[in-house]
Design a protein around this ligand. Sequence first.
Ligand code: DC
Length: 228
Amino acid sequence: MGKNNFIVAIDGYAGSGKSTIAKEVAKRLNFFYLDTGAMYRALTYKIIKEKIDYQKEQELKKILKNLKIDFKKENKETKIYLNNEDVTDKIRAPKVEKLVSPISAIKIVREKMVKLQRKIAHQKSLIAEGRDITSIVFPKANLKIFVDCELKERAKRRFKEAKEKGYKVSFLKVLENLILRDKIDQEREHSPLRKTPDSIYLNTTNLTIEEEIDLVKSLIEYLLKKKK
Ligand code: DC
């Protein structure tokens, strides 16, 4: 955190709405949007593509050493590049979704990602979202938010998204994946998902997307004014 930049850290469950909020508020305030989940997904995609046995530390180390992740703004959308390949859509595939939590529970994976995230964020005003942003990546952020939402509502949102992207998945499979991912993300040994005491709790179950965005945007604007 520097004198002239403003960092918003958001954590929360899968499908809680944190990505939608972060992406849209960042767009409206002209902040950089850092989707850290996309980075873990990109790594998972690479592991699947290259048929790496991620439980073998040597193989994993090699892949982490050569990992290059870039975010690029194209036509107002942020695209994610993995070693110069646009993987923005590919990382949303169900097979990536299935493996991403176990892979992101590994200590050396987390160490590498946190390093990359801080490097990408250097001196920028940004909104970063994920599972360990408020606790580990930016513990001194100017604003910290924990986003929650009822499980059934989260599953409905993710099911709708998957259908829109053309993936053939059942509602039950989506629900199962959410339950399993939340369990792994919260119970893992290294930087588990949790609400830090200084995070604002935001429950989006009964809010519209526009209401969520307005709320977070107003909070940031208020704090920005106070900071001046
Ligand atoms: O936010 P998402 O659904 O795209 O995240 C995918 C997975 O990546 C999530 O299940 C756990 C992992 N992740 C993490 O461990 N730490 C983060 N900061 C972000 C995501």
